[in-house]
Design a protein around this ligand. Structure first.
Ligand code: DC
Length: 220
C-alpha cells in the first residue's frame, strides 16, 4: 500500500511518540500494533489461560474484538490503561510469539490500514512482514540507557513504579524475546532507514521522517 509508513524498533525507542507526530504531519491515522498484542494478552490473562499455550492464545486472538482509536477498546471495555500494566507487559512477549496469534492480528492490521487509506503503523514486524511494500520503513533505535530512562518516565507519569534499573532489565528481557523468536522476530528490514533517536529531539527525528516520505512521494 502506497501511503504506509512502517516504524519498527525495540521498546522505548520512541516509536509511539514519533509515529503520532509523523501521522499528524502527513494527515494519516496511526496504528499501534503493540496495543493489539497487549489487548490479546489481557484477554488471555482475564480468561485464566496460559500465555505459553498457543491454542488458548490463538483462540483469544480470534474471539476478541479490538477497536483502536484515541482509546483501546476490548470487547466494548476501555482497556487503554489496563494493557500497560505490569501483568500484561510481563506476558505480552510470550503471547505475541505464537504464529497463529500473529496471523490473526496481521490480518486486522492490513485491513485497518486499507480501510483508512494508509497509516503510520508502528510495531516490530511492520516493514518485514505486515507491509513489505510500505512507502517508507524506519527502524528506530536508542541506546539501552536512554530507552530505560524514557520508559521509566512514562511509567512514573502513569503513576506506576519506575525504577530505571528494573525498567532497563525488563526492556532487555523483552528485546531478547522479541528479537529471538522464530515468528517475525524484531529485525530491521534491509530497506529500512535506520534512525537513532538517542541524542536527537523528537521534532528533529519527526522532521527527517516526514521529509523523506515527501521526497519519495514526489518522485513516485
Ligand atoms: O510496542 P509495545 O511495547 O507496546 O509492544 C508490546 C509487545 O508486543 C512487544 O514486546 C512485542 C509485541 N509486538 C509484536 O510482537 N509485534 C508487533 N508488531 C508489535 C508488538
Amino acid at each position: 500500500m502506497s501511503r504506509v509508513v512502517a516504524i519498527d524498533g525495540p521498546a522505548g525507542s520512541g516509536k509511539s511518540t514519533v509515529a503520532r507526530a509523523v501521522a499528524a504531519a502527513l494527515g494519516l491515522e496511526v496504528l499501534d500494533t503493540g496495543a493489539m498484542y497487549r489487548a490479546v494478552t489481557l484477554a488471555v490473562l482475564a480468561a485464566g489461560a496460559d500465555p505459553a499455550d498457543p491454542e488458548a492464545c490463538a483462540a483469544a486472538a480470534r474471539s476478541v474484538r479490538i477497536d483502536l482509536g484515541a482509546r483501546v477498546v476490548l470487547d466494548g471495555r476501555d482497556v487503554t490503561e489496563a494493557i500497560r500494566g505490569p501483568e500484561v507487559t510481563a506476558a505480552v512477549s510470550a503471547v505475541s510469539a505464537h504464529p497463529a496469534v500473529r496471523e490473526v492480528l496481521v490480518g486486522h492490521q492490513r485491513a485497518w490500514a486499507e480501510a483508512h487509506g494508509g497509516a503510520v503503523v508502528e510495531g516490530r514486524d511492520i516493514g518485514t512482514v505486515v507491509f513489505p511494500h510500505a512507502a517508507l520503513k524506519v527502524f528506530l533505535t536508542a541506546s539501552d540507557e536512554e530507552r530505560a530512562r524514557r520508559r521509566a518516565r512514562d511509567e512514573a507519569a502513569a503513576d506506576r513504579t519506575a525504577d530505571v534499573a528494573a525498567v532497563q532489565a525488563d526492556l532487555a528481557r523483552r528485546d531478547r524475546l522479541d528479537a529471538g523468536r522464530a515468528a517475525s522476530p524484531l529485525v530491521a528490514a534491509p530497506d529500512a532507514v535506520p534512525v537513532d533517536s538517542t541524542d536527537r529531539t523528537i521534532d528533529d527525528v519527526v522532521r527527517s521522517i516526514v521529509d523523506e516520505f515527501r521526497r519519495r512521494e514526489a518522485v513516485a
